[in-house]
Design a protein around this ligand. Structure first.
Ligand SMILES: Cc1cc2nc3c(=O)[nH]c(=O)nc-3n(C[C@H](O)[C@H](O)[C@H](O)COP(=O)(O)O)c2cc1C
Length: 337
């Protein structure tokens, strides 16, 4: 979760028994176009995380969609290798790009997928495990809007490597449900925004607490460049793109929609409502997530926000989820007995 999964949040999750993940640009507040600086920001977060926990943690490397400038991700991968990061969570792109390099450097590689085809590709590329994230999830959650309920069993059937379920999981019901569907573990994004250690602004945490079942929508995101239909590698980007990034609907998005009639893409949503400017040293993500300006921004969030009611520490959260799973399993056992 770019900008907000910093060393402190990652270390808190790992200390609590999860696998905390440092995201791109975490721990900073200013946008940079400097490749070196991007890498050094990551390096300092990795080192801080090591000071805060002796437990394993991960770094998220974003491959990037077609048309994306990969030099930033390339530098982050180099830094991750130099710093001997134990686990790489690679997302938003082909597993063919970084898997081999990361494996050769000794990392455990988990590739994030949103279709069965991508799961098979990740296994063939040498990934150690996959995250499959359904459309319920916040941020980029796949072009095809496959639900976690349908994706996890199919992914489990399609691969021999461990499957970690994401998208809409925020509590023990999600954990036990995912395990029932064939998952080996769970992956949570939105839930960790509403934790004490997350550096997101209080307005963002409050927006998550205020969300109801209909508060989010998936909109298109990615390269505006049409790709050749026979380009197998980039197929995902020419297929009908029904939605890929899930946003929290707020008054800002409503204003854009009322002006434009309909929001056709993330890029359009981020162009603004014609009344607000993006601060030059910032971008809409920083402005919203770090500075808490939700008047002229929206945030990405999963549907699970509607089931989040509190702001615990990461330790309390993980303990509660695991503790509440047991009675659910007992209840299921009783039903079948
Ligand atoms: C605010 C936000 C930002 C995200 N940014 C990233 C990112 O930078 N890289 C990535 O791989 N996934 C990103 N994701 C997706 C999450 O890693 C994860 O797949 C998703 O949150 C799981 O679904 P959930 O939100 O229902 O827990 C983001 C999710 C959110 C909510």
């Amino acid at each position: 979760m770019a900008w907000i999964t910093d060393a402190r949040l990652a270390a808190a999750v790992s200390e609590a028994g999860g696998l905390g993940t440092i995201g791109p640009n975490a721990g900073t507040e200013k946008v940079t176009s400097d490749v070196e600086e991007t890498g050094e920001r990551l390096r300092s977060q990795i080192r801080l995380c090591r000071e805060l926990t002796g437990k394993p943690f991960a770094v998220n490397f974003v491959v990037g969609v077609v048309g994306w400038d990969r030099k930033y991700s390339d530098r982050c991968v180099e830094v991750g290798i130099e710093e001997k990061v134990p686990v790489a969570i690679v997302s938003q792109g082909s597993p063919a790009v970084y898997t081999e390099r990361l494996k050769q450097a000794g990392m455990t590689v988990i590739h994030v997928c949103s279709t069965v085809r991508h799961v098979i590709k990740a296994e063939m590329s040498g990934a150690d495990a996959v995250v499959v994230s359904g459309t319920e999830g916040g941020g980029h959650s796949g072009f095809d809007q496959i639900t976690t309920l349908c994706l996890v069993p199919q992914a489990s059937d399609a691969t021999n490597i461990p499957v970690i379920a994401g998208g809409g999981i925020v509590d023990a019901r999600g954990l036990t449900g995912a395990l029932s569907l064939g998952a080996d573990g769970i992956y949570m994004g939105t839930r960790f925004i509403a934790t004490r250690e997350c550096p997101a602004h209080d307005n963002v945490k409050q927006a998550i607490l205020d969300a109801v079942d209909t508060s989010t929508m998936a909109i298109k995101h990615g390269s505006p460049v049409p790709m050749a239909v026979d380009d197998n590698e980039n197929r995902g980007f020419v297929e009908e793109r029904r939605g890929s990034i899930r946003m929290l609907i707020n008054d800002y998005l409503r204003r854009v929609m009322s002006k434009e009639g309909v929001i056709t893409s993330f890029e359009q949503a981020m162009q603004g409502d014609g009344e607000s400017e993006i601060p030059s040293e910032s971008n809409r993500t920083v402005d919203a997530f770090i500075h808490g300006n939700l008047e002229t921004n929206s945030i990405t969030s999963g549907q699970g926000a509607a089931m989040i009611w509190d702001i615990p520490s990461c330790g309390e959260l993980i303990e509660t989820i695991v503790g509440e799973a047991r009675p659910i399993v007992d209840r299921l056992g009783a039903i079948f007995r």
